[in-house]
Design a protein around this ligand. Structure first.
Ligand SMILES: Nc1ncnc2c1ncn2[C@@H]1O[C@H](COP(=O)(O)OP(=O)(O)OP(=O)(O)O)[C@@H](O)[C@H]1O
Length: 295
């Protein structure tokens, strides 16, 4: 990516006594919505926490709009952040939390604007200790949004949210994109990622496996669904080309990253397979990639 990157990790490593959480991680992101993907423990929160200045890197550099990130450093005013675990003081009221956080930013939005987007208006006098998990998550997102900062970091923004909450977050992500903000999220919600993320970066064991535009990543992975019929037992070779699922009486689906080879096998060995081919979802494509890596 070019010099216009908003956020940059350069060779960042984070080690704990018995664990390398992030290994020589480099990534540059500009405006748009970006998603870090990966299994539990892959290093997503570690990368985001270092960017937020919540954790210090063991080595490497991180910058936001050219400003070097330091733990609890001045770059914090450039970032609105929703951490994965939300712990607001239980006796503080929602409006008090909002006021407390707003003073740390140069141009915060007012509470009414963000509360309306996240249906928090009626909760302004509620103590944080009595909020539900979903309401706490909404408050976390409201607080990040209120910063009106050029960079927004959302760690699992959809966790515990109901249908309306998810729709509200999707709308917010699209609005932030319109405002040319740089939004970085970690998520396991592939439907939401496909709907909103311009780029995805897949982590495994603290390292980057893949990174690029969401659609390009799907193309690179080349994972497809092959739906077909068979009245006889399937050739054993088919299961070596991917995962076979039985969808019904004589109906099957193969998820494969070798669609050409698998198509030839199906058409060449089965009678009237009525083969249909479609592109796999990002979730299945990533699943196949991670499974292949384990072989
Ligand atoms: N404070 C800590 N002390 C020791 N190890 C830690 C600490 N924080 C994280 N780790 C380890 O670092 C690795 C990366 O953790 P991280 O939280 O970044 O993963 P993640 O990709 O965000 O996972 P999840 O999807 O579960 O949130 C994990 O193996 C985790 O156990």
């Amino acid at each position: 990516m070019n010099h216009q990157s908003t956020v940059r990790w350069q060779g960042v490593t984070k080690t704990y006594p018995n664990k390398v959480a992030l290994a020589d991680f480099s990534l540059e992101l500009g405006t748009g919505v970006h998603c870090l993907l990966g299994a539990n423990g892959a290093g997503k929160s570690t990368a985001l926490n270092i960017l937020c200045g919540i954790r210090a890197a063991s080595s490497g550099k991180v910058s936001v709009l050219g400003e070097q990130v330091r733990r609890a450093g001045p770059q914090a005013k450039l970032i609105g952040c929703v951490p994965q675990s939300l712990s607001f003081p239980p006796t503080l009221r929602v409006a008090e939390v909002v006021r407390f956080i707003a003073v740390h930013y140069p141009k915060p939005l007012d509470f009414a604007t963000v509360a309306e987007k996240l249906e928090l208006t009626s909760l302004r006098n509620t103590q944080c200790g009595s909020l539900s998990g979903g309401q706490r998550r909404r408050l976390g997102i409201a607080v990040a949004l209120l910063s009106n900062a050029p960079v927004l970091i959302l760690d699992e923004p959809l966790a515990s949210l109901d249908i309306d909450g998810r729709a509200a977050v999707r709308q917010i992500l699209l609005e932030q994109k319109e405002l040319s903000r740089c939004v970085i999220m970690a998520s396991h919600d592939y439907a939401e990622i496909e709907a909103t993320a311009d780029t995805v970066t897949l982590l495994k064991g603290g390292r980057t496996l893949l990174s690029g535009a969401t659609e390009a990543i799907r193309d690179t992975l080349n994972t497809h669904y092959l739906s077909f019929y068979s009245a006889v037992e399937l050739p054993a070779e088919l299961s070596r080309l991917g995962t076979v699922e039985k969808l019904g009486e004589q109906k099957y689906r193969l998820i494969t990253s070798e669609p050409d080879q698998a198509s030839r096998l199906i058409v060449g060995t089965l009678t009237e397979p009525r083969l249909q081919i479609s592109k796999a979802s990002l979730e299945d494509a990533v699943k196949v990639l991670l499974e292949e890596g384990q072989e």
